[in-house]
Design a protein. Structure first.
Length: 318
């Protein structure tokens, strides 16, 4: 499929979400306030977010040949996402995640990786990523991510990575070499404050951003949850506040932010303003239960920004 704006490689799963008043104690039984089954995964959320904003998207990943794999395929197809590089592995099950969300919207995950534990991709994926504007990955597989990031950069495609996802995908300590190899292969890098502590222990936020830039990253982004984010580009540091909303569920908020940020970069908007738009997309996502249910359209983002006093920025998107 030619002319794609964004291609993503990484995690695709089905989320089983339970909203609870308090986390269960060991050996206890808790009733959920509400429950929800829906599609998720870092790259799944990101691509659905990009598609709802109006970008043409394609996915590289793997699902099982089971009912849940069919759910994900249906979700991606209905979102208009090209699935020609999506592998269906009938030898195992689709990745599943149990999400426990408390009354503040904070979440805890239990993950069954299924077929994503061992990924084999088609030979054509390198040519595939060479024909888009932005390639983004969560490093579900470091080897495959590096291969695709390098293919993208060598073709003049903007290469982007959620480097913090390495800490979530690896059950053991993240190898320092992996981190630097990935950073040297990308133009834009995102990391959350929580994962920065795991990957760069003992470093202050600005030091984490500096490390990313030293590897050759052009735009480095550190997300700070409800405090917003920090962005560095061309030696300029921008601190961007988050929007206050009625938080229902923060699952997928970082993925939504990245969708909004990269959408803005593709549209020629500068990094600091892109962060404001990313925060708006993440804020809207957090108002509904589930990783993808609250992902907004560009019209909803424009209305939100206009209501929050960012009319000039909203006019760039209208």
């Amino acid at each position: 499929m030619a002319g794609l704006d964004v291609i993503g490689f990484g995690s695709l799963c089905v989320d089983f979400t339970f909203k609870v008043r308090s986390y269960p104690r060991k050996g206890s039984t808790n009733l959920s306030v509400v429950s929800f089954v829906g599609c998720g995964g870092i790259i799944g959320n990101f691509l659905v977010g990009c598609s709802r904003l109006g970008l043409k998207c394609g996915v590289i990943g793997v699902v099982g040949g089971d009912y849940y794999g069919g759910m994900i395929i249906d979700c991606l197809t209905r979102s208009g996402i090209d699935i020609s590089m999506l592998v269906v592995d009938s030898s195992g099950s689709t990745a599943k995640v149990m999400c426990i969300v408390d009354n503040r919207g904070e979440r805890t995950f239990i993950v069954d990786p299924g077929v994503q534990a061992n990924i084999n991709l088609p030979d054509e994926v390198e040519d595939y990523v060479s024909n888009c504007r932005v390639f983004h990955t969560d490093c579900l597989s470091v080897d495959h991510a590096l291969r695709l990031l390098r293919a993208a950069k060598s073709s003049g495609v903007m290469a982007s990575v959620d480097i913090g996802a390495l800490a979530e995908h690896m059950l053991h300590r993240v190898e320092e070499k992996w981190v630097y190899d990935v950073l040297k292969s990308c133009d834009i890098a995102f990391i959350s404050e929580v994962n920065a502590r795991r990957i760069f222990p003992g470093f202050k936020p600005i030091e984490v951003l500096d490390k990313m830039l030293q590897c050759g990253v052009k735009i480095a982004v550190l997300t700070l949850g409800k405090r917003g984010c920090m962005v560095v580009n061309g030696g300029k540091l921008s601190k961007v506040k988050a929007f206050s909303v009625n938080v229902v569920d923060t699952t997928g908020a970082g993925d939504a932010f990245e969708a909004g940020f990269l959408y803005s970069i593709i549209k020629g908007i500068g990094p600091a303003d892109a962060a404001v738009i990313g925060n708006a997309v993440a804020a809207l996502k957090c108002t509904k239960l589930g990783a993808q249910a609250g992902l907004p359209t560009i019209r909803e983002v424009v209305e939100f920004l206009d209501q929050r006093g960012f009319s000039n920025l909203a006019s760039l998107l209208a």
